[in-house]
Design a binder for this molecule. Structure first.
Ligand code: AHR
Length: 495
């Protein structure tokens, strides 16, 4: 059996884990909103159309932030279509997903949903077909005390109290020719700067996320980011990055080595942030916000054929996908000083941890990984030195079979371990150089029968987290055994 030692030191800290890296993303796309979070006809729906069974499941993920209404959808969305009396809201053709959009769910409904699930709202303004002024008006609608045109409109729509929306994205994937209103970097930078100025003039307390490169294969990757940051870096707080992981072939271990490439993407973008900061002699630190991330490569058809709530992008996640999701979280923890926010794309039905049907809710396997890490997220991320066998994947280079991260929270240490080997179990020893591990507090393990195994409506519990009891603590160290293709989250007592 392979053996790996994870060496840690309580003073070797990367940074505090920002709980915002456990955010989510909800887009008007397919069945994410309609038949997802808003389904008033469902017998379980409350007075706001939210199914009680869905509310209970989503609440378990404790997502601190929710991005809305897109995504690509945002670039054709005019927020005023989605407020006011429902009977006056227009039925529209959404060009992005070629779907029907009745606007029954809009800003006010989204804010109510956020309140119920304790999400901080994060709104994406339309910088494709919309204007900086329209974006600024939305800030007034949401955040200003009544007494002016748009804040009075909010009051008339039922909320005298401002919503206090702190997080605003300056458009979405504006580097992509698929984006409605796509423009080259210099023009986008001007538009974003104009919007940023007017939005912050309206509410100086807001935080802004500017569009970075939509993916690492864009010809303008990094150059787009440099141009945008040089022009409007002083006006924004975060650079947006997106990443959807896809395997290069049918080689599971190669796919699981994709953490190398995710790490590299984060480091490359951070390098651009530092470069621009240094060149401008600015002290301003722009952090990375990976406001769309997930595994997504099977259900790629985004054409809704002109229908309402079509089944689009309903990705079914298997075990290897689930371990890649764990790898994303490990990458974020490894860069806790750089990645200050991240949003899983998405939360329900569309490439999501949860699917809905009239008869109930299906929990996909990625849900458990998110929950396992999220419930142990308080603390600082520690540097890990992982000493153990390695392999070299065809596309993603050399990695250790065991991927490891750790969070220190006073007398508690949580470790997150992925065994990437598809064939062999591995022994893992966890050692803190300056402290003793004294006991195991709790632990969970996720694995499955084979790499392509997935939960389904017929067999909903093929992959799930189970309690992990077999962790031996002796000589101040912890020892555990990880089956092939597995993920463990273990919390230990230390002194
Ligand atoms: O999440 C689906 C789509 O993927 C989003 O709308 C877009 O931003 C990205 O390309």
């Amino acid at each position: 059996m392979k053996s790996t030692t994870v060496h840690l030191h309580s003073e070797f800290q990367i940074g505090k884990v920002d709980e915002r890296i456990f955010g989510g993303f909800l887009e008007h796309l397919g069945r994410a909103v309609y038949q997802g979070v808003y389904d008033p006809e469902n017998p379980q729906a409350d007075e706001d159309g939210l199914r009680e069974d869905l509310r209970q499941v989503l609440a378990r993920l404790k997502m601190p932030v929710m991005r809305y209404p897109g995504g690509n959808f945002a670039s054709g969305y005019h927020w005023q279509d989605g407020v006011g009396p429902r009977e006056d809201r227009p039925m529209l053709r959404d060009l992005t997903w070629n779907s029907l959009e009745p606007n029954a769910f809009g800003t006010d409904e989204f804010i109510k949903l956020c309140r119920k699930l304790h999400w901080d709202p994060m709104l994406t303004v339309n910088l494709g077909t919309g204007s900086p002024e329209e974006a600024r008006n939305w800030v007034e609608y949401c955040n200003c005390p009544s007494g002016t045109r748009y804040s009075d409109l909010r009051t008339a729509n039922g909320s005298a109290e401002p919503y206090g929306v702190k997080l605003w994205c300056l458009g979405n994937e504006m580097d992509g020719e698929w984006q409605l209103g796509h423009i080259p970097a210099p023009q986008y930078a001007i538009r974003a700067q104009q919007a940023a100025k007017m939005m912050k003039d309206t509410d100086p307390s807001i935080e802004l996320i500017v569009c970075g490169s939509s993916n690492i294969t864009m010809p303008s990757y990094l150059e787009w980011d440099r141009v945008v940051l040089e022009y409007c870096g002083d006006a924004v707080d975060y650079l947006s990055a997106h990443r959807y992981a896809q395997p290069a072939g049918d080689d599971t271990e190669d796919f699981l080595a994709i953490t190398n490439s995710i790490d590299r993407q984060i480091e490359e973008l951070d390098t651009v942030c530092h470069f621009v900061q240094t060149r401008r002699r600015s002290n301003r630190r722009v952090s990375i916000c990976m406001d769309e991330w997930n595994v997504w490569y099977k259900d790629m058809d985004g054409n809704g054929q002109g229908k309402f709530a079509p089944h689009l992008l309903e990705e079914v996640f298997n075990l290897e996908d689930t371990l890649v999701v764990a790898g994303f979280l490990n990458s974020f923890l490894r860069h806790a000083d750089v990645v200050k926010m991240a949003n899983l794309a998405q939360i329900v039905n569309v490439a999501a941890p949860v699917q809905t049907a009239d008869q109930g809710i299906l929990i996909q396997s990625i849900f458990y990984v998110l929950e396992m890490v999220s419930k142990r997220r308080n603390g600082v991320s520690l540097r890990t030195s992982v000493c153990g066998p390695t392999y070299t994947g065809k596309t993603n280079g050399t990695v250790t079979y065991i991927d490891a991260t750790a969070i220190l929270d006073c007398q508690r240490l949580s470790v997150f371990l992925i065994n990437r080997s598809s064939a062999e179990p591995s022994e893992v020893v966890v050692s803190l150089a300056d402290m003793c591990i004294t006991a195991m507090e709790n632990g969970e393990l996720l694995t499955g029968p084979e790499a392509k195994a997935a939960n389904s409506w017929d067999e909903p519990a093929i992959i799930k987290a189970v309690d992990m009891t077999e962790v031996a603590v002796s000589d101040g160290r912890a020892r555990l055994k990880l089956p092939p293709l597995s993920f463990a989250a273990v919390t230990l007592r230390i002194e």
